[in-house]
Design a protein around this ligand. Structure first.
Ligand code: PBG
Length: 307
């Protein structure tokens, strides 16, 4: 009767890790009970999710090393694995929300989100590549594009390209306050997308900073973002709260791979109750002010039928 916070399954986004092949279900070693799937099993997983009341999905591809290059050119090539997957999902399940990832890292031989030259990330030169990727994803039928690259000016750039090509209804969920975090390691294992050299600190945020998150949010909001995201979630609950208080659009929190791995690992040792710690962390993210949560626990939470 007195509870102030509720989390509904409809507010969750289930991540899908996609790889080439057929009938492939590969457990990620640093993410127990979470799998990389071939397209046929992605469709099956979506069917299971719909049964559980989950209808929002965010897609990430694993790309073979030999297909990667410096300019991530596969990312916008017609009929690549990722674009075909978007088409297949929207054809089979028109009612689901497909959210994409706009960033170079899964396709880049440098493993960075932007174009690398002489060890530096070239911000402005990256934008046209992101633009082509975004347009290809919209053409394939994506509902919401998720620029996770953290280049400056990319929300306005992508919005401009979408509008010019009559994709005015395609929304942008911007990775706004994405911190240079050690909690992304299991995700990079899952996709083989770790940087080949250097780190991501010149474009992702410094964990010591709050005002910078507000500045990033101001920019993304004014450039036309429809959702603002904070990532990771649990170390950054204060940032979630301040974006929620300061901006009138939905705030998304990404409960990242390392946050999932910590609970799974401790539970496997018998040191934590997995279900209770999962529910408590998800509720704390909600209490901080997130409207929507991207989490590898989406199915586990939905199965509890708490609402
Ligand atoms: C990169 C990207 C990352 C994640 C989503 N998109 C990792 C990174 O910046 O290297 C991490 C998600 C997770 O850890 O669950 N564009």
């Amino acid at each position: 009767m007195v509870a102030e916070t509720y989390l509904r399954t409809s507010q969750l986004i289930h991540p899908l890790f996609i790889q080439e092949g057929n009938k492939i279900k590969k457990e990620i070693s640093s993410m127990p009970d979470f799998f990389r799937l071939s397209p046929d099993l992605v469709l099956k997983d979506i069917e299971d999710c719909l049964q559980l009341g989950i209808r929002n999905f965010i897609l990430f591809p694993q790309i073979e090393d030999k297909l990667k290059d410096k300019s991530a050119s596969l990312s916008y090539k017609k009929n690549n694995l990722y674009l075909k997957m978007i088409q297949a999902i929207k054809k089979n399940f028109p009612e689901v929300t497909v959210i994409t990832d706009v960033a170079m890292d899964p396709y880049s031989s440098d493993g960075h989100d932007g174009l690398v030259q002489n060890g530096k990330i070239l911000n402005d030169e990256t934008l046209p590549i992101l633009g082509k990727m975004a347009l290809a994803q919209a053409e394939a039928g994506a509902d919401i594009l998720g620029p996770s690259d953290m280049m400056d000016g990319r929300v306005a750039y992508i919005r401009g390209i979408l509008d010019k090509n009559n994709f005015t209804d395609v929304a942008i969920m911007s990775y706004t306050a994405k911190y240079a975090s050690s909690f992304y390691c299991p995700f990079r294992d899952a996709l083989g997308s770790a940087p080949k050299a250097g780190d991501k600190k010149t474009y992702q945020m410094d964990p010591r900073n709050t005002k910078e998150a507000l500045l990033e949010a101001e920019l993304d909001f004014s450039e036309g973002a429809d959702y603002l995201m904070v990532k990771p979630a649990l170390c950054y609950l204060d940032i979630i709260q301040s974006l929620k208080q300061n901006f009138p659009i939905p705030i998304v929190a990404y409960n990242v791979s390392g946050e999932y791995a910590m609970i799974k690992a401790a539970a496997r040792q018998g040191w934590l109750d997995e279900t209770k710690s999962m529910v408590e962390s998800l509720l704390s993210i909600k209490r901080a002010g997130a409207d929507i949560i991207i989490t590898y626990f989406a199915k586990d939470f939905a199965k509890l039928k708490l609402n």
